[in-house]
Design a protein around this ligand. Structure first.
Ligand code: G3P
Ligand code: CA
Length: 246
């Protein structure tokens, strides 16, 4: 089941689309990413009050739109009354909140994989099954999708649903600054362990690779930083500015 990267090709991941130049997690950021030389598009998902899976990083729309409120307390129609581009730049005025369906519809026509991060799945009971139903309904090839989360329980749940999608565990600086993640137990259900880039050392990589876990650190936006991580032997890089680090 492992996809551990043996051919040493560095996977380039566009974080929230090309978030450096476009409003993050919007269709224009995704389109820009998919016509770039990237391998994977990363997105974040939450669930609306009326059970739509939507693509946004925070659990509220306060930071990235001209509105305010929590995703879980608002319907899709209410969320779509706001603008998700104007905060970045007036030239992006009119950007809507993408649904997961819209993103899948877009990426079907491109060769890249979709890396879906489940944000705070503990706040959305049953979101794992709902995500699987959505993916299956679109009939995307299983190897076109990777599902990841900081919530290891949620990724384990995915594994036991036995749908065959590639899975990843995100590793935060806060939790693992003083210790290595439990690679052996993670490798029992996941294919990737994706850490904050500051956690990546030779020892980290050696231990992860020993359990055939691929490692794609986030969020790497500087060319020099990317170069050192590549030299250390990471399998991929998650970046707001993949064209720069390329
Ligand atoms: O894909 C990894 C990265 O996106 C995790 O952090 O906060 O940007 O979602 P965050
Ligand atoms: Ca993310």
């Amino acid at each position: 089941m492992t996809i551990y990267n043996t051919d040493n090709k560095l996977m380039l991941v566009a974080h929230r689309g090309i978030a450096a130049y476009f409003p993050e997690n919007t269709m224009s950021a995704f389109k820009a990413a998919l016509v770039s030389d990237i391998d994977i598009l990363e997105i974040d998902i939450h669930r609306t009050l009326d059970n739509h899976l939507v693509v946004i990083h925070d659990d509220s729309i306060d930071r990235t739109s001209n509105g305010s409120g929590k995703i879980k307390d608002m319907t899709l129609a209410a969320l779509q009354q706001f603008d998700y581009g104007i905060i970045k730049d007036s030239k992006f005025e009119g950007a809507t909140l993408p649904t997961l369906d819209e993103v899948i519809k877009l990426i079907r026509d491109y060769p890249q994989k979709l890396l879906i991060e489940l944000k705070q799945p503990q706040n959305y009971p049953g979101i794992e099954s709902e995500l699987i139903d959505t993916l299956n309904a679109w009939g995307l090839p299983k190897d076109k999708v990777i599902v990841q989360s900081f919530n290891q329980k949620s990724i384990k749940k995915f594994f036991y649903m036995n749908e065959g999608y590639e899975l990843g565990v995100l590793i935060s600086k806060k939790k693992y600054w003083y210790k290595l993640p439990p690679f052996k137990s993670i490798a029992a259900y996941a294919n990737y362990v994706n850490p904050n880039y500051a956690l990546v050392t030779e020892k980290f990589l050696k231990s992860a690779h020993q359990y055939r876990l691929s490692v794609m650190p986030y969020t790497v936006n500087e060319h020099e930083q990317a170069k050192s991580l590549q030299e250390l032997g990471v399998d991929g890089l998650i970046s707001d500015d993949p064209n720069e680090i390329l």
